[in-house]
Unconditional design. Structure first.
Length: 399
């Protein structure tokens, strides 16, 4: 769009959308039930992300209301400088222009991620998966209603009902300007977007997160963190897939038995690295090194043994998705070494990786969780979905 909406216009649309989502809860749930009934059900994580319930609706409404209450992320002065020739120089935040969000399953993305991009002054292009089409189209109808109620063009939020071939063609040769693309989904989707896109891509990367149980760990904390990370939400990119146990951990065998007993209540499949073969009940050996790299998105966990903090760090830096890792330890120095050296977007000391989430980390919501280092790493909130622009005021200066 050529003209940036005022902050009052953007906030009014967001508040209207919050009311509409609440009022039209039943119609959203009805559309979602059609999607769920049509879904083949062969992917637990996909099905979990697809489902909309009362809790998710409440989350959508809360996200929109919170966004409407936040300061305008556009036009924020980041730097100022008075040139010796009298020019006044400013650097301010600016919207990208048009943001395309391409995603699988999650109808909540149609509300929350679109809301963040809209509040940041961007036109939104939404390309959801076919499995959530009915849910997405109903939510986009509500976006258009919210825009119309505030005399704002419905072109600000557009749904692209493309098949895979059309999507590929649009990514490579967009028929309208696209300034930024955010893929939300599995590795195949991310790879597809990166390979085909002619626009900049923020990679909302895979998880494959690690918990390292140091030899000075509080074992109750360790057990709770592993249990929460593995069973809290298997479809989340902040779930735990790998656990590293320090070989010097006191009562190691007893602790391993507790892990197996607790996770077995959730029918978790256990994979034992060769370092623990024969020491982990009801486990199978690692099939290949590929399993160390894999994000499971399933009731599955791989457990291995390391001899030191340094070995744990090296293993995580080699195999993880660059997302989140946690050390469980009473030793602050070991935790410091781990947190400073592990090359992940979020590092934890005695806490669950499940907190890598924009809402949980104080951002109020997130567009994505980036495992890239440019331009923003980790949860991308409202204040991060901006670029910047230089404003120079003079009175005839030449160089």
């Amino acid at each position: 769009m050529n003209t940036l909406l005022t902050i009052d216009e953007r906030n009014a649309v967001l508040r209207s959308m919050a009311k509409l989502v609440e009022q039209e809860k039943e119609s959203i749930l009805k559309a979602n039930k059609i999607d769920l009934d049509n879904y083949s059900g062969d992917d637990l994580a996909m099905e979990d992300r697809l489902k909309v319930d009362d809790s998710k609706i409440k989350g959508m409404v809360a996200s929109l209301e919170h966004l409407a209450s936040q300061e305008d992320p556009v036009g924020v002065e980041r730097f100022s400088f008075k040139h010796e020739n009298g020019m006044q120089v400013y650097n301010k935040t600016a919207s990208f222009g048009t943001v395309m969000i391409i995603y699988e399953s999650r109808p909540d993305v149609t509300v929350e991620a679109a809301g963040i991009a809209f509040k940041s002054g961007n036109k939104i292009l939404l390309k959801g998966g076919k499995e959530s089409l009915n849910s997405n189209l109903r939510i986009v109808e509500l976006w258009h209603q919210a825009l119309k109620e505030n005399n704002v063009s419905t072109e600000w939020v557009e749904y692209l009902q493309f098949d895979r071939k059309q999507t590929q063609e649009f990514l490579a040769h967009p028929t309208q300007p696209v300034d930024l693309i955010v893929p939300r989904g599995g590795e195949r989707l991310i790879k597809f977007v990166k390979e085909n896109s002619s626009a900049q891509v923020i990679v909302s990367g895979r998880g494959n997160n690690f918990v390292y149980v140091h030899d000075q760990a509080d074992l109750d904390i360790a057990l709770n963190v592993i249990l929460n990370g593995k069973t809290g939400k298997i479809s989340a990119c902040n779930a735990v897939d790998k656990v590293l146990i320090d070989s010097h951990l006191p009562n190691k065998e007893e602790f391993l038995k507790k892990i197996v007993d607790k996770l077995s209540e959730y029918d978790v499949e256990f994979i034992a690295d060769k370092s623990l073969e024969g020491k982990l009940e009801n486990s199978r050996p690692v099939k290949s090194e590929d399993e160390w790299y894999e994000e499971f998105l399933d009731y599955k966990i791989l457990i291995g043994e390391v001899d030191s903090v340094s070995e744990a760090i090296a293993k995580i830096n080699k195999y993880s998705g660059g997302h989140s890792a946690s050390i469980i330890s009473k030793d602050d120095q070991a935790a410091k070494q781990f947190m400073e050296t592990v090359d992940n977007a979020a590092v934890y000391h005695n806490a669950s990786t499940r907190f890598t989430d924009g809402g949980q980390l104080g951002l109020g919501g997130e567009l994505a969780i980036s495992t890239d280092k440019l331009h923003q790493r980790g949860p991308i909130g409202l204040q991060h979905l901006v670029t910047n622009k230089w404003y120079i005021h003079g009175n005839g200066q030449i160089r």
